[in-house]
Write a protein of this length. Structure first.
Length: 344
């Protein structure tokens, strides 16, 4: 299954989106398009300087944060600085400690001239990025720019963006791909249905599909004291661009490591919190009606198991998907009868 992703960030507003699309079994192929026109450092058409539009420092930091977030999986990523056209096609790096260090040094040392010597040609940059798509890999394209298309490109001229979107949709037709696009553009763009749902966000054109969500347990393991009952609340961090929602019904599979015990697990969403966490009730089900009784007969019970969390929603993933579970049972102390004599 092919996966494509394009992420556009309108950094003039300090807007940065980190991809949260989850892991893929395919190798990543990441393409970073970096607008290095003079306006990025605050230059104005009249030869002046506007500090409010100087986003160079923020953009470089955003680029470095993005690259530092790549896993050390030895996949390929390239940085393509552009103005009227891409300036350097040779900056290809490997996603490991050495490769990322070289990429960060390249970003720090790159000089953007305050002299206006090129145009913002988003269409040309995107066209070139498409040529680097590898259908055998999971492709992500990132565009860092402060502006809108301000030079003619191809048959569409200065309004080339629509034709570019159409070509991209044709390129990815019939494949599985995810992306987020946010473009500040004067020309209205219509995205075909196969490219996802069109959202109009404060005058910007945006697409988002699908909305991937990673659920991360906030505890490294789960402890059950059978003396306290068979239910427990576990809290999961919501990492992604959607909420869990009441319709989500996760699956749980419990596997004991050193015994023949058999229990089933039921997970139910109890509450979605305002701090991007969700609370699930984890309930043990003893279909045999004997397993829990057997466990309670063991002296100093310290039984280990693993809980595998699964999703019936392909856009929601558990990371990690397997948690250690420790079972204990502390027998209640017998109630002692006490006779109290009250002297009259």
């Amino acid at each position: 299954m092919r996966q494509f992703a394009i992420i556009f960030n309108y950094l003039l507003l300090g807007f940065f989106i980190s991809p949260a699309f989850g892991q893929s079994s395919k190798e990543f192929n990441r393409i970073i398009l970096w607008d290095v026109t003079a306006s990025m450092v605050g230059s104005t058409p009249g030869g002046g300087y506007n500090q409010a539009t100087d986003i160079d420092k923020n953009v470089r930091q955003g680029l470095k944060n993005l690259i530092n977030g790549f896993e050390d999986d030895n996949s390929t990523f390239r940085i393509l600085p552009f103005t009227t056209d891409i300036i350097d096609f040779k900056k290809v790096f490997t996603a490991n400690a050495a490769g990322k260090s070289k990429a960060l040094s390249y970003i720090d040392s790159y000089v953007i001239s305050p002299q206006i010597r090129g145009y913002t040609n988003i269409c040309a940059a995107w066209d070139n990025a498409n040529s680097y798509i590898d259908r055998g890999k999971s492709n992500f394209i990132y565009l860092y720019t402060d502006g809108e298309q301000n030079i003619a490109h191809g048959a569409g001229g200065i309004n080339c963006l629509q034709g570019l979107v159409n070509r991209y949709c044709e390129l990815t037709k019939g494949s599985s791909f995810t992306y987020f696009v946010s473009i500040n553009a004067n020309n209205k763009v219509v995205f075909p249905a196969e490219c996802g749902t069109v959202l109009d966000v404060q005058g910007n054109i945006a697409i988002e599909t699908p909305k991937i969500l990673n659920l991360t347990p906030l505890s490294n393991s789960i402890y059950f004291n059978l003396q306290d009952g068979l239910t427990q609340i576990i809290r999961l961090r919501e990492n992604g661009n959607r909420k869990v929602g009441n319709s989500f019904k996760p699956l749980g599979k419990l596997t004991f490591s050193n015994s023949s015990y058999t229990l089933d697990v039921e997970l139910t969403l109890k509450k979605e919190n305002n701090n991007n966490t969700a609370d699930f009730e984890l309930k043990l089900i003893d279909f045999s009606n004997t397993t829990i009784d057997r466990m309670k007969q063991v002296n100093n019970l310290n039984e280990s198991a693993t809980l595998t969390l699964e999703s019936n929603d392909k856009e929601i993933r558990f990371e990690p998907a397997i948690l250690p579970v420790i079972f204990k049972y502390e027998r209640p102390k017998p109630v002692q009868k006490v006779t109290i004599k009250i002297d009259k």
